[in-house]
Ligand binder design. Structure first.
Ligand SMILES: *Cc1c(COP(=O)(O)O)cnc(C)c1O
Length: 424
């Protein structure tokens, strides 16, 4: 196929080699209905956003009611109850030292805000620092600032000359039954410390995907690694940014990945699942200390940054409704439910490096092609023939189902994964 029929340019797609996008006409629970009448289980919650499946009435109603009252107002010089209430509801679930909330619209912007705040904090204090430490295979978004701190090659390649310098360090990727994990972590920590020994006073912040990296291959690391990383970074006065855009809102089995560490990050970036998949929204959460570094009689020391839709009231009520649904606690049991069904896959010689936590069940197919892997694509097609939608990254296959998936639907997902493996 040379081109698609529609005028729309789709994201993250090599249009020449991919088939026409499938048209979705409706979504209910875990099910998507296509215009040819087919139904598919959305086993990755549509890029990790649909926490409670599609079309949850509680969120839909909250948005409708708010839309009749106030759909939007500029957020500089104005505030509103939906934003104030969301912040009050969210804060008790975050580490206590984080008490300032900056709104934006998506994962990349939530990370950009943290980067710029960290950078400007040092500038405001008259002690500028110019670079960041980031992890190999990291992904933090595809806008230029977020791409600069992402190390995934396909995000960067055409833009290298435009991207600011960062210092890269290994992410100690592990999996179930990995006997070398301690050795890998030790090596990663030595490399990490060396960067600080060489350039410690230039480093504004370390940017971390805690416990699990996303697009760069769904690589998992143990919580104690991040504790050790924080200790080293603190010695040199660097800030810590936790990018929980993917891991937030129960995905790792706890409400936030930070809960499984002893870390006290200076920033947590939240987006993706924040509204349960209804509206674009993001929050960058930070400390009183950083907030205070922007207070001045000089307007130039303010954080002069924000977007037209910042703090959108509809997004905020959706986020509040989603957080209330999360409190039913289904995210705490999904892991055990998946593991009950994973035995046959784990025994298959066609997979390796099975891993995961919380809502993530991950394995690699036997290939080293990386992003765009033909084997990954073939597997995705086979799984789809079984009525289940997945989207492997390279050879890394994962599912992250909506937490309210039924037992029967979960059986269907695992049966599809198994059958597709047999045919691969
Ligand atoms: C998806 C993702 C982002 C970017 O979020 P967008 O909403 O796609 O801009 C940033 N960080 C992580 C860890 C992500 O998984």
């Amino acid at each position: 196929m040379i081109s698609h029929g529609s005028k729309i340019w789709h994201p993250w797609t090599q249009i020449k080699t991919s088939s026409e996008p499938k048209k979705v006409t409706s979504g209910k629970g875990v099910w998507l209905t296509l215009d040819d009448g087919r139904q598919l289980i959305d086993a990755t919650s549509s890029w990790w956003v649909n926490l409670h499946g599609h079309g949850h009435p509680k969120i839909a109603e909250a948005i409708y009611k708010q839309a009749l009252k106030l759909e939007h107002v500029m957020f500089a010089g104005f505030s509103h109850d939906p934003a104030e209430e969301y912040v009050e509801k969210l804060q008790p679930h975050l580490p206590k030292h984080l008490n300032r909330f900056f709104f934006s619209d998506n994962g990349a912007t939530s990370v950009e805000a943290a980067l710029k705040m960290a950078f400007q904090m040092f500038w405001n204090l008259g002690k500028p620092r110019k670079t960041f430490v980031v992890f190999e295979s990291g992904y933090h978004g595809d806008t230029l600032g977020a791409a600069a701190i992402s190390t995934m090659a396909v995000v960067r390649a055409p833009f290298e000359p435009l991207l600011f310098e960062v210092l890269r360090t290994p992410y100690p990727a592990t999996y179930w039954g990995d006997e070398k994990v301690e050795e890998t972590e030790k090596k990663a920590l030595v490399a990490f410390e060396k960067i600080f020994q060489d350039r410690g006073d230039e480093i504004a912040a370390v940017v971390i995907e805690p416990l699990l990296q996303g697009l760069g291959g769904l690589r998992q690391a143990r919580p104690q690694f991040f504790d050790a990383v924080e200790k080293i970074a603190r010695k040199w006065g660097a800030l810590i940014i936790f990018d929980e855009v993917m891991t937030g809102f129960g995905r790792t089995g706890t409400l936030f990945a930070v809960d499984q560490t002893h870390c006290k990050p200076d920033f947590i970036c939240l987006s993706k699942a924040i509204t349960g998949g209804f509206l674009p929204l993001a929050v960058t959460v930070t400390t009183e200390q950083i907030y205070n570094a922007f207070l001045s009689d000089d307007v130039g020391k303010a954080f002069l940054h924000g977007h037209s839709y910042t703090g959108n009231p509809l997004g905020c009520v959706a986020a509040t409704a989603s957080l209330e649904l999360l409190q039913e606690g289904l995210y705490k049991t999904i892991h055990a439910r998946m593991m009950e069904r994973a035995k046959n896959i784990l025994a298959s010689p066609k997979i390796r490096k099975a891993r995961g936590l919380g809502d993530f069940f991950i394995f690699d197919l036997n290939s080293d092609e990386g992003y765009g892997s033909a084997l990954g694509k073939r597997y995705r097609e086979l799984v789809e023939e079984e009525g289940v939608l997945i989207r492997p990254f390279g050879e890394a296959v994962f599912i992250t189902p909506p937490y309210n998936i039924t037992d029967q639907e979960l059986d269907q997902v695992f049966n599809a994964l198994e059958r597709a493996l047999e045919h691969l």
